[in-house]
Write a protein of this length. Structure first.
Length: 288
C-alpha cells in the first residue's frame, strides 16, 4: 500500500523547475544548473535551452532558501494527497467491520476508547468530573456587599490516581463512536490536589462571560474507518495523570476518560486486548 501511495505521490503536478535567484531580485526558472569557472550554465524551463550567466550575478543564499521552500511546499502537497486518499479508503470501510490496529491486533467492536501500547490495547474507562466553586472566591463573594466578585469553578475528578495505568510515553488512542460522528477530543494533564485531580478551571467575570484554563497536550486526529478515529500525540507524555475529554459546543463533557502514565518499569495491572485474547468491553458510561 505504501509503495502504491508513493507512486501516486510521484505523479503529482509539482513544480517543473527551480529558481535561480539573481542579486537584482529577478530569477530564472531552471531545470538544472552547474558552475563552470566564473560562469553558471543552466537549462531554462521558459526557453527550453541551455544558457550561461556570470557566477557573481547569482544570489546563492536566496537560491538555496528558494529551493528549500519549494521542497517544503511539494512535501505538503504530497501529504495532503496521501491524507485524502487515506480518508477515501477509510470511508469505504463499514463501522462494524474489524479494524486492524497492527498486524494481528483488531479493535474491539462497539463504541469505546482504547489506548494502544505496542501490540496491546487498553480500554479506557469514563469517570464523572464534578464542578466546585473555588473556596477563596466564595469567601470574597460572601464578604462583598455587592455581587461584583468574579467566580471561579474547578472541574475535578475524585481520587489521586486513575485505575488505568500506561507505561508508554507516546501511546495512540482509538475512538469508535456510536453514531459515526467525528469527535473532538482533547487530552488534558490533570493536576493532583489533595485527593482530587484538577482538570479545568472555569472563570466567570462580572459580565457573565466564561473562560476556561486547561493544560492541554496537542493531538492529531486521523479517520481510520467510518466512526473510527485514531489520535496521535505531538510529544511524549511525562509521568502523571491525564484525561481525554470530548469537546462539545457548550464546553468539555464532564464524563471524561482518565488514565495515568507511569515511568517504565512500574507495575501495571491493566486488562489488555491482544491477538487471540478475549476482547474488552466498551466503557459503561457515556455522555449525558
Amino acid at each position: 500500500m505504501e509503495q502504491k501511495e508513493q507512486g501516486q505521490a510521484a505523479t503529482l503536478p509539482v513544480a517543473k523547475g527551480k529558481k535561480l535567484v539573481l542579486k537584482d531580485g529577478s530569477f530564472h526558472i531552471v531545470r538544472s544548473y552547474e558552475r563552470q569557472g566564473d560562469r553558471v550554465r543552466f537549462y531554462s524551463v521558459e526557453r527550453s535551452a541551455w544558457e550561461e550567466i556570470p557566477y557573481d550575478l547569482v544570489d546563492w543564499e536566496a537560491t538555496r532558501k528558494a529551493e528549500v521552500e519549494e521542497q517544503r511546499r511539494n512535501q505538503e502537497e504530497i501529504e495532503k494527497i496521501r491524507a485524502a486518499q487515506a480518508m477515501e479508503r477509510a470511508s469505504e470501510i463499514d463501522v462494524d467491520a474489524s479494524v486492524e490496529i497492527v498486524p494481528g491486533v483488531f479493535l474491539p467492536s462497539g463504541e469505546g476508547l482504547w489506548a494502544a501500547e505496542g501490540r496491546s490495547l487498553v480500554p479506557l474507562n469514563q469517570a464523572a468530573a464534578d464542578v466546585k466553586l473555588d473556596k477563596g472566591r466564595l469567601f470574597e463573594q460572601v464578604i462583598s456587599p455587592v455581587p461584583i466578585i468574579p467566580s471561579r469553578h474547578r472541574v475535578q475528578i475524585a481520587g489521586k490516581r486513575a485505575e488505568v495505568r500506561l507505561t508508554t510515553p507516546q501511546p495512540e488512542f482509538f475512538f469508535r463512536t456510536a453514531d459515526a460522528r467525528e469527535p473532538s477530543l482533547e487530552l488534558v494533564r490533570a493536576v493532583v490536589k489533595g485527593d482530587k485531580r484538577l482538570v479545568e478551571q472555569i472563570s466567570t467575570n462580572i459580565a457573565g462571560q466564561h473562560s476556561s484554563k486547561r493544560n492541554s497536550v496537542s493531538m492529531e486526529r486521523w479517520k481510520v474507518a467510518r466512526g473510527v478515529f485514531r489520535f496521535t500525540l505531538s510529544q511524549p507524555l511525562e509521568p502523571g495523570e491525564y484525561v481525554l475529554g470530548e469537546i462539545l459546543p457548550e464546553g468539555m463533557n464532564l464524563y471524561v476518560w482518565d488514565f495515568g502514565v507511569d515511568a517504565r518499569g512500574s507495575a501495571s495491572s491493566n486488562t489488555r486486548t491482544k491477538s487471540g485474547s478475549q476482547k474488552s468491553t466498551a466503557p459503561a458510561k457515556q455522555k449525558p
